[in-house]
Design a protein around this ligand. Structure first.
Ligand code: ADP
Ligand code: ZN
Length: 436
C-alpha cells in the first residue's frame, strides 16, 4: 500500500532523533512555563529556574503533575505565558464547580494544532479531493474548529455543519457528496438509523470515512458503524487541555492511535502511586505540551485510562500508538460527547428550595443517542397543590440544567422516599447504557 504523509520527515523520524527534539522543545516549554504564575512557583520549588536546568528528558520527573483543579484555580490568567496581545483565540471547557478551564492560543499555537490535524487526516488516506462534513459542535468546544482548520489546510471542501439537525445533515451529505465525516459514535449510529426514514439510501451517498471521538466506544461499535454505513471508521482522541482533537489518531491500519510525540510527551502512570508504567501497561495518560506558547502544560493528568501498544506500525510512523480509552479515574460522564460531572447536576438541582435531599441521575440509550433523566424528590406538600405549578417547577429545573450542562435532560419529580436510599456512599448515577 502506498502510504501518504503530511510531514513525512517528522512522522517517520527515528526514535533517537525524536527524543532529541523532545528535549529541545521541552526546554522551550519550560521557558514559557516560567512566565506563568502557577509554574514559576512550582518549578522554583523543584529547583528549576531556567530552561538550562533541564538536562535530559528524565528531568521531567522532577516536575510535579498538573491537575484539572490547577487549571481551574489558575482561571482566568494564571497559566497565560505570553502577552495577551499575542493571543488570537481561546477555548474553554466547563468545570464541576462552574469555574471553567481556559486554553489560550497564539497564531503559532493554532498553526501547530492545524498541522497535527492535517497529519491525522492524511494518515487516514483522505485527500484534498474529499468533502468533509464536520458534525461536532463549533464554538468553545474544540471538536468543531480544530478539525475544521486541519481539513482546510489539507484542502478538502469543508461543510461546517455542527451538531444536530439530522434531516439537514443527511441532505447536506447527499447534495454535496460528503465523503468524510467527523462525528460522535452515538450520533453516527443515530444518523445510520435515520437514513431510511428520510428516504435516503446509502447508494445516494458518497461516504467513505468517519472520524469518531469525544466519547468512549468499543471495537464492536466501530464495526457496527462501518457495516451500517459501509465506511472506514478511525478513532480520534483528544482533550481540550491538549488543544482538543489531534492528539492521537488512527492511520489507515486502524490499529491504535498514533500520538504526536513531537508535540506531546506522553507518559502512562499508575493513578494511585504516580509511578511511570511501561508500554503495554494500562494506566492514566499524562501529557506535557511541547509546542505551545500561550498555555504550556506540564505533566497534565488527563484521568483517561489506556495503554501504549508495543511494536511498530506498518505505516512506518514512529510515534507510538495508544489503545482505546478504557475508562476514567474520575466520575465524569460523557453524554453524547459532552462531558458532565454528577456534581454539576447536583449543584443545579439543590439550588431549588422545593427539592428534597434525594435524586438520581439516570442515563440510557434511546434511538442510539444517550438520554439523560434527572429524577428528583420534592417535598410532599407540593404534590397536593396545583398540577400546573409542578409542571412549571419541572420546566425551571430543566432550563437551569440545560443552561449549566449544555444537554437537554428529562426531569422527573418524585415523592419523598420513592427513590432508592443508600446506607453509606449513595449511588446517584444509574448508567443503563450497554457496556462497551
Ligand atoms: P472534546 O470537546 O473533544 O470532547 P473535552 O476536553 O471536552 O474535549 O473531552 C475530552 C475527553 O473526552 C477525554 O479526556 C476523554 O475522556 C474523552 N474522549 C475524547 N476522545 C475519545 C475517544 N476517541 N475515545 C474515548 N474517549 C474519548
Ligand atoms: Zn500507523
Amino acid at each position: 500500500m502506498e502510504i501518504a504523509y503530511w510531514n513525512k520527515e517528522i512522522e517517520t523520524i527515528d526514535r533517537d532523533s525524536l527524543k532529541h527534539l523532545q528535549l529541545k522543545y521541552l526546554k522551550e516549554t519550560i521557558g514559557y512555563a516560567l512566565r506563568t504564575s502557577l509554574y514559576k512557583k512550582r518549578l522554583q520549588k523543584a529547583g528549576i529556574t531556567s530552561p538550562d536546568d533541564i538536562k535530559s528528558l528524565d528531568d521531567l520527573k522532577r516536575i510535579p503533575f498538573t491537575t484539572k483543579d490547577d487549571l481551574r484555580e489558575s482561571y482566568p490568567r494564571g497559566l497565560l505565558a505570553v502577552d495577551i496581545g499575542d493571543v488570537i483565540r481561546i477555548h474553554t471547557s466547563s468545570g464541576t464547580t462552574g469555574t471553567p478551564t481556559v486554553i489560550y492560543h497564539t497564531q503559532q499555537d493554532l498553526n501547530n494544532w492545524t498541522e497535527l490535524l492535517a497529519r491525522c487526516i492524511i494518515a487516514t488516506g483522505a485527500t484534498r479531493n474529499d468533502v468533509f462534513q464536520n458534525m461536532m459542535s463549533y464554538g468553545l468546544f474544540t471538536g468543531g474548529l480544530g478539525l475544521h482548520y486541519g481539513a482546510e489546510a489539507v484542502g478538502m471542501m469543508v461543510i461546517p455543519a455542527g451538531g444536530g439537525n439530522t434531516r439537514r445533515q443527511i441532505k447536506l451529505m447527499k447534495d454535496f457528496r460528503t465523503s468524510v465525516i467527523h462525528i460522535t459514535p452515538s450520533y453516527a449510529l443515530h444518523i445510520a438509523s435515520k437514513l431510511e426514514e428520510f428516504g435516503v439510501s446509502l447508494n445516494e451517498l458518497a461516504l467513505r470515512k468517519a472520524y469518531l471521538g469525544a466519547e468512549p466506544y468499543s471495537e464492536n461499535t466501530r464495526r457496527k458503524i462501518e457495516d451500517l454505513l459501509r465506511i472506514d471508521v478511525y478513532n480520534s482522541y483528544g482533550l481540550s487541555e491538549m488543544n482538543g482533537p489531534g492528539v492521537s489518531f488512527e492511520c489507515v491500519y486502524k490499529c491504535g492511535m498514533h500520538t504526536w510525540e513531537d508535540n506531546y510527551i506522553l507518559e502512562v502512570i499508575d493513578p494511585k502511586s504516580g509511578e511511570n508504567l511501561d508500554d503495554g501497561e494500562e494506566g492514566e495518560l499524562v501529557f506535557t505540551t511541547l509546542r505551545r506558547q500561550a498555555t504550556p502544560l506540564l505533566r497534565y493528568r488527563s484521568r483517561d485510562l489506556a495503554y501504549i501498544l508495543p511494536g511498530d506500525c506498518e505505516c512506518k510512523r514512529t510515534h507510538r500508538r495508544l489503545s482505546r480509552i478504557t475508562g476514567r479515574t474520575d466520575d465524569m460522564l460523557i453524554i453524547n460527547g459532552v462531558n458532565v460531572f454528577p456534581s454539576q447536576i447536583e449543584e443545579v438541582i439543590m439550588q431549588f428550595p422545593e427539592v428534597g435531599h434525594n435524586y438520581q441521575i439516570y442515563i440510557d440509550k434511546q434511538e442510539n443517542l444517550d438520554k439523560l433523566i434527572v429524577k428528583v424528590e420534592i417535598y410532599s406538600k407540593l404534590f397536593t397543590g396545583d398540577l400546573a405549578e409542578l409542571e412549571a417547577l419541572k420546566r425551571r429545573i430543566k432550563d437551569e440544567l440545560r443552561a449549566s450542562i449544555v444537554i437537554n435532560p428529562t426531569v422527573e419529580l418524585h415523592e419523598p422516599g420513592s427513590l432508592p436510599v443508600f446506607e453509606g456512599k449513595a449511588q446517584r448515577v444509574v448508567d443503563k447504557r450497554p457496556a462497551l
